[in-house]
Design a protein around this ligand. Sequence first.
Ligand SMILES: [Zn+2]
Length: 261
Amino acid sequence: MGLEHPAYGQLRQVTETAGVVLASNPGMMTIDGTNTWILRAPGSDESIVIDPGPRDRKHAEAVAAAAGNVALTLITHWHYDHTGGIKRHRKLTGAPVRALDDKYVRDSTSLSDGEVIEAAGLTVRVVRTPGHTEDSLCFVLDDAVLTGDTILGSGTTVLSSSDTALADYLDSLERIAELGEGKVLLPAHGPDHPDAAVVARQYLTHRHARLDQVRDALKLLGPDAGSLKVVRHVYRDVDPKLWVAARSSVKAQLAYLRQHG
Ligand SMILES: [Zn+2]
C-alpha cells in the first residue's frame, strides 16, 4: 500500500518518475506544506529536485536522502517556502540551482521560456506561467506537469499585485490547459491530480466567475469602489482571515477590468 498525501518527511512516489517529500510547514498560505518533488527516470542514478522548500534542516536532510545524486535543482518561483532551503540543500547535495530569476541561480544560468532540459534520464520543458508571481514557471514532463503555485492541489492561487497579474494568469492557465492534457498535476502544495488540464479548466471557470462577481459588485458599489469594499462584498462567503490575500486578487481583478472591461 503506497503512502497518501499528506505524508511528511518521507518520499511518496506518485508517478513512475516523480516522488514527493512534503515539508512540515503547514499554514494558511502553504496548505499542508511545501511539496519538494524528486524526479528520476527508471534506472537513472541521478535525480532532479524541484524546489528545495523552506529553511528547515529536517526537510533538507529528508530531501537529500531521497534524492541521492542530484544532477540539477529547479525553482518554480521565488517565494520563501520554495527557496528558503536553497543554501542547506546546496550544502548537502552540491547540485547547481536554476531559476528564472538570477537571484536564485547557483553555479549555473537562469532558465528561459521554452527551454528543454535533459537530466536524470528525463526531458523537462520549461514554461513561463506568470500570475502568482512574475517569475513563476511550470516544468512539463512526458507524463506530468509540475505547476509550482500556479495550480495547487487544493484551494486557489493568490495573484501578485502587478497590474497585469490576472491577464498573465489567465494566459498561463490557458497554456496549462493545452499542454497538460492527460498529464498528472504535481503541485507545490496539496495533493496531486490525474489531469492537469482538467484542473486548469476548473481554475479558468472559477476566475471568470469571480470576474463576473466583481463586475456585478462594481455595478452595485459604483465603478470607483475600493478593493477592500469589493473584497467584503465578493468574498463574504470566505473566512475573513483570507481577506488580506483576497484583496491582492481583487486588486488584480480591478486592474484587469479597467484594461479589458
Ligand atoms: Zn508561492
